[in-house]
Design a protein around this ligand. Structure first.
Ligand SMILES: Cc1cc2nc3c(=O)[nH]c(=O)nc-3n(C[C@H](O)[C@H](O)[C@H](O)COP(=O)(O)O)c2cc1C
Length: 385
């Protein structure tokens, strides 16, 4: 084995980090596929969270830690997401004006409507944090009740709240009384069983405007298929607008989520990693229009360049050179460009290197005659058809 350099170590560390985003194994970042026939086209009105906050189309970019920062939210809004959600932010940090937390509360004019997701478990602190979020111009504030990470649930945060519906009611009551913007929450199917209905009712009693449900329990983590039945049960038994989440990765799986559960909107997380075009696909299908052709390599290059320029503008060139790697891998994963891209990753240090790496990946795709997102798109059509 050759001697490793400092730069090699950094790449290895980065690769480990990319593989372990939020503690999720890299393979599981690719959502499992649903089989079966394509459901019929679906009609859904925009989702109204309040008089002035309307989610149109009813397709939402999920909160994703270390992913849904301003650059990616702007790209996804541009591609047709009806609402975008920030990464989860510590409510205590916001309530006390902690610099790191406040920096994450960076909302741009072109993002609206945007929801800010916070985590915490003390009603007064959550209410204070909601005031800060509202003052920064967010359109909604969302409570994280689904994070399964040990370091979070050990402190009775995130998914741990699924076990205490009365506390959930108090949190929503305090927040809804403190701010005029809609207060929403994101839950899982349950801690270890089906707690969603109890928690959903507690949210409704506390004054929530909507509930998003990821149809897996905390114990499931990200494994197996999402449980559509529990999402449907929440729709039937709780008097709240329901956003269905889990394994939506294209227009066909969005149709399935809407049809099977009766939900009011869908939320996309892993299906949007490296694929912001998923929003225009689902939006077109919901509008009864033909699903647009996948982006050409030139379109892809332009979108990736815009994403990276926004990244540089927001975080600077050095941070972008480091953090862009996971995004670039997502854009090209499973395509002929992935190998070529990996060969360039170690050398990325500035904007010009990013452009060169993307060009190399595109060239490999061009030579193989395959489009990265086209491949995903057509697989979805074949699977569903
Ligand atoms: C990288 C990553 C980061 C995530 N971070 C958050 C988060 O900050 N808050 C949250 O509520 N869910 C978070 N999630 C969960 C997703 O929002 C979503 O509920 C889950 O991935 C299931 O949806 P999907 O099948 O569309 O991926 C994260 C998921 C991923 C893959």
């Amino acid at each position: 084995m050759g001697k490793t350099t400092g730069s090699d170590d950094r790449i290895k560390a980065h690769t480990r980090e990319s593989r372990q985003t939020m503690g999720i194994p890299f393979e599981q970042l690719e959502p499992p596929r649903w089989g079966g026939p394509i459901p019929n086209p679906v009609e859904r009105s925009p989702l109204r969270l309040s008089e002035s906050v309307v989610v149109d189309p009813p397709v939402v970019l999920s909160p994703m830690a270390a992913v849904t920062n301003p650059p990616y939210r702007m790209i996804c809004r541009e591609m047709g997401a009806g609402l975008v959600v920030t990464e989860m932010i510590d409510a205590g940090g916001l309530a006390t004006g902690h610099e790191g937390s406040m920096e994450m509360l960076d909302i741009r004019d072109c993002e609206h409507p945007v929801a800010v997701q916070i985590y915490g478990n003390e009603p007064e602190v959550m209410a204070e944090a909601a005031k800060v979020v509202a003052a920064e111009g967010a359109d909604a504030v969302d409570v994280n009740m689904g994070c399964p990470m040990k370091k979070i649930v050990r402190k009775d945060l995130g998914a741990a709240l699924l076990q205490t519906p009365e506390l959930v009611r108090q949190i929503f009551d305090a927040m809804a009384s403190a701010v005029d913007i809609p207060v929403t929450g994101k839950i899982r199917a349950g801690w270890d069983g089906a707690d969603a209905v109890d928690v959903g009712r507690a949210m409704a009693d506390g004054g929530a405007a909507a509930v998003t449900i990821h149809g897996r329990t905390r114990t499931d983590g990200y494994e197996g298929h999402v449980d559509l039945a529990i999402i449907g049960e929440l729709v039937d038994r709780v008097d709240l607008a329901v956003v269905g989440n889990g394994d939506v990765r294209d227009w066909a799986s969005a149709r399935r989520m809407f049809t099977t559960t009766g939900c009011d909107a869908v939320m996309v997380a892993r299906g949007a990693l490296g694929n912001p075009w998923v929003f225009r696909e689902i939006a077109a299908d919901l509008a009864g229009e033909p699903v647009p052709d996948p982006p050409s390599l030139d379109d892809m290059k332009a979108t990736i360049a815009e994403h990276m320029d926004l990244y540089i503008e927001t975080f600077g060139e050095e941070t972008t050179a480091y953090e862009c790697r996971k995004h670039l891998l997502w854009y090209f994963r499973g395509s002929p460009g992935e190998g070529a891209l990996r060969e360039c990753l170690a050398d990325i240090g500035c904007r010009a290197d990013i452009v060169a790496a993307v060009e190399a990946a595109c060239e490999a795709c061009r030579q193989a005659g395959e489009l990265p997102t086209a491949a995903k798109h057509h697989r979805a059509r074949q699977r569903a058809g």
